[in-house]
Write a protein that binds this ligand. Structure first.
Ligand code: OAD
Length: 239
């Protein structure tokens, strides 16, 4: 076994206070594309860049185009948790992992059995009416034709995700800060660490066991105590 993976395995074996912080790269091995890799969503041709489509202004102005993107790209039918999701949920059950902090909106950590999941950017598995705020079945929103409408008031339904230009839920953010600040081992994985405020959460970590597991370089590599540039599912299957 690779020395670095062995170090991570030893850190995990020796700790009862691990926190995981991840992003889209955690789900690529489940068949869900990330945003910034060469085959990621931001490198595919759309009428507008996905960062624009995923903004609050755009959603208001052109919900049809938003939902065309949502149905074609955000909803991936049949995606199943991979070895990273599964091992993380196992570590929680073993009493070693305190929380998963994720930027993902796919619900795969919960599908793997993780209970304490802090969703910084919300989830496409929840939906509500933008006018009367009534909840709406996410399954219906994710699989309808065109723009879903509220049966109560006719308002446009939206996913419970954080669009660009919107604030993160302060309660979720504060909880994430608390877990990360108090962690003995912080494992950060599958994120380019380029989107704020989420990426800045790393700065709250005060320990000396920061492991970064990501295929490509990140701006935080030089601050980490351990950097592993490999597929996260493969790494987690060995720890
Ligand atoms: P990115 O697409 O920016 O970064 C994903 C990272 O995961 C890249 O650095 C890849 O190299 C890496 N990666 C891909 N597959 C991997 C694998 N199998 N193992 C290890 N690493 C892998 O995604 P995020 O950092 O999550 O926001 O992006 C942050 C936010 O930007 C998203 O939450 C989304 C997006 O716009 C909103 O929608 C608000």
């Amino acid at each position: 076994m690779d020395d670095k993976i062995k170090t991570l395995r030893d850190w995990i074996a020796g700790s009862g206070n691990i926190v995981f912080f991840g992003g889209a790269g955690v789900s690529t091995e489940s068949g869900i594309p990330d945003f910034r890799s060469v085959d990621g969503l931001y490198n595919q041709q759309w009428r507008y860049p996905p960062e624009t489509i995923l903004s609050a202004t755009f959603f208001e102005r052109d919900p049809e185009e938003y939902y065309r993107f949502h149905h074609a790209k955000l909803v991936v039918d049949g995606a199943k948790p991979n070895r990273a999701h599964l091992r993380l949920s196992e570590l929680e059950r073993e009493g070693k992992l305190r929380a998963v902090v994720t930027q993902n909106i796919d619900g795969l950590h919960q599908a793997a059995g993780s209970k304490n999941v802090l969703e910084l950017h919300g989830s496409i598995l929840r939906a509500y009416c933008t006018r009367c705020r009534a909840p709406y079945p996410a399954e219906k929103m994710n699989h309808c034709e065109g723009v879903p409408r509220c049966p109560e008031c006719g308002g446009i339904v939206r996913p419970d995700i954080v669009l660009y230009e919107e604030m993160l839920d302060q309660d979720v953010l504060q909880k994430a800060v608390r877990y990360i600040r108090g962690a003995e081992v912080l494992i950060v994985g599958g994120t380019s660490l380029g989107v704020y405020p989420a990426a800045g959460l790393i700065n709250y970590y005060e320990g000396d066991k920061l492991a970064l597991v990501n295929l490509s370089d990140t701006p935080y590599d030089r601050y980490a105590n351990l950097v592993i540039h490999e597929k996260i599912g493969e790494v987690f299957s060995q720890v």
